[in-house]
Design a protein around this ligand. Structure first.
Ligand code: GLN
Length: 313
């Protein structure tokens, strides 16, 4: 199957934006102090087709930090570097059922992070990037995520500083990973590289293009450049399907039926394999940390565009 004609996709995006712009539910994340200053009214929706065309509605020029959505693309880069088997063995691909910053998940499983979408697994995954130290690994991440977006991504220094000064919990997780001998570099270096990857600035358009690159088997529809292999896209999307929306991943799959990843600054990327991807930005979050308008928007578009992977044709 493919997407409907361009004009009807554009109309749908305008409709969904109109429908949820006044929805006042959820609250902006504040555990990273500077994120509390985000404007709760910002709302942007973008859809990038795997075949190239782009559709947008709302505040699509707003930039926000990618946060946990980076985990999906760093997983893709690491899978490309070390392969399917090693990701399975070293990082794990099962849902924890616990919040993203859980320390218990790590302890329960003898120091195995369980999956790359929770902080423990994400920090371990970042440490598996090619590069001799944390700085080199971050450089490879910045370059790789920029290739997914099709333009150079830069760091929001204010958010980086704010998170670096307040991420005691992640520091504890990184130290635990070291105690279980899961990191090959110093915990502080792995943590810094991870915090930097979370501070990269993106727009809803960027998220849509990054997702569409996964939908298109690894070729960026904006640049035509191959970023990762089709096998890597398949593996990444499988992990997003089971773990991308925190402990709400099951409910998300039940309602929307698409692999997706969210982040605490209010972004969501949802991928329709072979077709394209939706990027949404709206800061107010539900209790699990998923954007409220983002969730509704993806549910609406999945239904209206017939994107649910489990629906019979
Ligand atoms: N940088 C954030 C953290 O590690 C990302 C969390 C998220 O988006 N859920 O806490």
């Amino acid at each position: 199957g493919s997407l409907p004609a361009e004009s009807s996709v554009r109309t749908l995006l305008r409709d969904v934006h109109e429908r949820y712009r006044d929805l006042q539910e959820g609250s902006v994340a504040d555990y990273i102090p500077v994120l509390a200053e985000a404007d709760p009214d910002l709302f942007a929706v973008s859809l990038a087709e795997a075949a190239g065309p782009m559709h947008t509605a709302g505040d699509t020029s707003a930039l926000f930090t990618i946060q946990s959505i980076s985990k999906a693309f760093v997983l893709a880069l690491v899978t490309d570097a070390i392969g399917h088997e090693s990701v399975h063995e070293i990082v794990g691909v099962n849902n924890t059922g616990l919040p993203f910053n859980s320390v218990i998940a790590l302890e329960l499983n003898n120091g195995s992070p369980m999956n790359p979408m929770v902080n423990a697994g994400a920090i371990a995954t970042t440490a598996l990037m090619p590069g001799r130290d944390g700085a080199a690994k971050f450089e490879a991440i910045q370059e790789g995520l920029s290739a997914f977006a099709g333009r150079p991504l830069r760091i929001d220094e204010t958010v980086l500083e704010s998170e670096s000064a307040s991420n005691h919990r992640n520091r504890g997780i990184a130290d635990l990973l070291t105690s279980y001998d899961r990191l090959r570099i110093p915990a502080q270096e792995a943590l810094d590289a991870y915090t930097r990857q979370c501070s990269l600035l993106v727009s809803s358009d960027d998220l849509a293009v990054m997702g569409a690159t996964l939908a298109a088997g690894g070729v960026n529809p904006r640049t035509g450049r191959r970023v990762v292999s089709a096998e890597v896209c398949r593996d990444t999307l499988a992990v997003l399907a089971s773990c991308g929306m925190y402990e709400r991943s099951g409910e998300w799959m039940f309602e929307i039926g698409l692999p997706a990843k969210s982040g605490v600054s209010g972004g969501i990327v949802a991928v329709a394999p072979g077709k394209g991807a939706v990027g949404v930005f709206s800061p107010p979050l539900d209790r699990a940390g998923n954007s409220v308008r983002g969730l509704r928007t993806c549910a609406y578009l999945s239904r209206a565009l017939g994107l649910n992977l489990f629906a019979s044709p």
